[in-house]
Design a protein around this ligand. Structure first.
Ligand SMILES: Nc1ncnc2c1ncn2[C@@H]1O[C@H](COP(=O)(O)OP(=O)(O)OP(=O)(O)O)[C@@H](O)[C@H]1O
Length: 425
C-alpha cells in the first residue's frame, strides 16, 4: 500500500515539476525570440532537468516494483512451509518460528541440525497413525535422541516422545533431490499401500535441505544384526527354517509393493539387510520403502540402477533381494574384506564347489542341501547382470514358496516318522 501510494506521488510530482520546467523554458524561449535573444542554454538546462526527473521517477518506480515482487515471493515460501495437510480428517496445529524457538530447548542432534538449516519454520506432517496421534514437530525437537547409525543416505535416531515415552526412529535424509510437492505426494501414496510386513512411515517432514521420516522404533534390530552378530547365540538360533521364512515373507511383501506401486514407479530403492527390521513378534518387516529415487542411488550399473522402463525400474530391488538371499545362505557380509559377495559366490559356483558357499551353521544343523541349492539358484537369477534377465519379485516369491512347501512337507514327513517310531516302540 505504502509503496503504491509513494510511487504515485513520486510520478505526479515528477510530472508537475517537469511540466513547470518545460513551460517556463518555453516561455523564456518565447521571450528570447521576441527580444531577439541568442543562445538559450538556461532554458535547455531546465528542460533537460525535467526529463531527468521523469527518468529518475520511472527508475524509482521500477525499483520499488522489483522490491515488492521479491517480498511477495518470500511470503509465499513461508506460507508453503507451514503445516499443509495431514491425515485428511484432522488438522494439527502449525508452529511459527517464534513458537518453536520459545518452546524448543535444543537437546537432540535433530534439533541442532534443524536450527542450522532453518528447519524450524516448517512443521511435521502426520500420517494416519494412532501411535503418534498428536505428535508435534516441537516434540521431536525437544526429545532426547540417540544416534542409531549413519548410512550412505542419512542418519537414523532413536527418539523418545510423548507422555508415554513412545520410541520412534527418525530417519534424516540430507540433500535428496526431490521437490517438496513430489515428496509429499510420494509419502501420501506410500501411506495408502499397506502390508503387514512393510513398516509404514508415521509422519514426515520436508524442507529443501533435508527430509525427516518418523517410524515406530523396532527394538529387536535388523536382519543384518541377526545374520552377522558374531559368535552370539542369536546367530546359532537363526536356523534354516527361520531363514526360509524370512526370505519368503520379504519376497511376498516386496512382490505386493511392486504390484501396487507399479504405475507410480516407486520401488524400494535401497533394500538391504539393515533395512529389514524385526517387529515385536520377531517377524521381518521391510523398512524405508520408497525413500530413494532410483536414478539417485549409488551407481552400479550391474544393479540396473540407471536402466529405464517401468518393469526394469523394479529390477534393482530384485538384485538387492538376491544379495539378501546370499547373506542368508552364506552368513557372509556384503563387503567381506573388499570382496563382493555376489562375485565371490558366482566364482565358487563356477568352480563347482557350490556346497562351499553355504553357512557352516546351516551345514552343521543338517539343513537340506537340495533346498539350499534351489534357493541359491533363485539368488543367482536375481543377481543376473542384465536387469531384464532378473525375475520379477512375483516370480521370485513363487519360487521361494515352492521351496518352502517342500521344506514344510519334509518336516511333516519327519514328524510322522518320529511319531510312528514312537508308537512302534
Ligand atoms: N525403525 C527402526 N527401528 C530400529 N532400528 C532402526 C529403525 N530404522 C533403522 N534402524 C537402524 O538404524 C541403523 C541406521 O540405519 P540407516 O538406514 O541409516 O543405515 P543403513 O541402512 O546402513 O544406511 P542407508 O539406508 O542410509 O543406506 C541401522 O542399523 C538400522 O537397522
Amino acid at each position: 500500500m505504502f509503496a503504491a501510494s509513494s510511487m504515485k506521488q513520486i510520478l505526479i510530482w515528477a510530472c508537475v515539476i517537469s511540466t513547470f520546467l518545460s513551460k517556463s523554458a518555453k516561455s523564456d524561449d518565447q521571450q528570447k525570440t521576441d527580444t531577439g535573444g541568442g543562445a538559450v542554454s538556461t532554458n535547455q538546462i531546465l528542460m533537460f532537468s525535467g526529463y531527468f526527473l521523469i527518468g529518475l521517477a520511472l527508475l524509482l518506480i521500477v525499483l520499488l516494483w522489483l522490491y515488492k515482487r521479491s517480498k511477495k515471493k518470500e511470503e509465499k515460501i513461508d506460507a508453503d512451509n507451514k503445516v499443509v495437510a495431514i491425515d485428511e480428517s484432522t488438522i494439527k496445529p502449525s508452529f511459527s518460528t517464534e513458537e518453536l524457538k520459545a518452546g524448543g530447548v535444543s537437546k537432540t542432534d535433530i534439533s541442532h541440525a534443524s536450527t542450522e538449516t532453518g528447519m524450524v519454520s516448517s512443521s511435521l506432517i502426520v500420517l494416519t497413525s494412532p501411535e503418534v496421534n498428536g505428535l508435534k514437530f516441537e516434540d521431536l525437537l525437544k526429545a532426547l535422541a540417540e544416534l542409531l547409525g549413519r548410512g550412505s543416505h542419512g542418519s537414523v535416531y532413536k527418539v523418545m516422545c510423548g507422555p508415554q515415552g513412545t520410541s520412534l526412529a527418525v530417519k534424516r535424509i540430507k540433500n535428496w533431490d526431490i521437490s517438496s510437492i513430489e515428496f509429499k505426494q510420494r509419502m501420501r501414496r506410500l501411506n495408502q499401500v499397506k502390508h503387514p510386513h512393510v513398516l509404514p512411515p508415521l509422519a514426515f517432514y520436508s524442507s529443501r535441505q533435508e527430509k525427516l521420516l518418523v517410524y515406530e522404533y523396532q527394538q529387536h534390530g535388523s536382519l543384518f544384526r541377526l545374520i552377522h552378530h558374531d559368535g552370539s547365540q542369536s546367530r546359532q538360533q537363526f536356523d534354516w527354517s527361520s531363514r526360509l521364512n524370512v526370505a519368503s515373507t520379504i519376497a511376498d511383501a516386496l512382490a505386493f509393493m511392486h504390484e501396487e506401486l507399479k504405475n507410480d514407479r516407486i520401488p524400494h530403492g535401497n533394500l538391504k539387510s539393515s533395512n529389514i527390521l524385526l517387529n515385536k513378534n520377531m517377524e521381518p518387516c521391510i523398512s524405508e520403502y520408497g525413500l530413494m529415487l532410483v536414478n539417485q542411488q549409488a551407481g552400479d550399473t550391474l544393479q540396473g540402477h540407471h536402466a529405464e522402463g517401468s518393469s526394469v525400474i523394479f529390477k534393482a530391488d530384485t538384485y538387492a533381494f538376491g544379495v539378501i538371499l546370499l547373506e542368508l545362505l552364506t552368513g557372509r557380509r556384503v563387503l567381506n574384506d573388499g570382496l563382493d559377495l555376489a562375485s565371490w559366490v558366482l566364482a565358487v559356483v563356477r568352480e563347482e564347489w557350490t556346497v562351499e558357499v553355504f553357512d557352516r551353521n546351516l551345514v552343521r544343523e543338517g539343513a537340506s542341501e537340495e533346498r539350499m541349492v534351489s534357493m541359491l539358484h533363485v539368488a543367482i537369477k536375481c543377481i543376473s547382470k542384465s536387469p531384464k534377465a532378473r525375475p520379477s519379485m512375483n516370480q521370485v516369491a513363487l519360487m521361494i514358496s515352492m521351496i518352502k512347501e517342500d521344506e514344510d512337507k519334509s518336516m511333516d514327513v519327519s514328524e510322522l516318522s518320529i511319531t510312528r517310531s514312537f508308537i512302534d516302540a
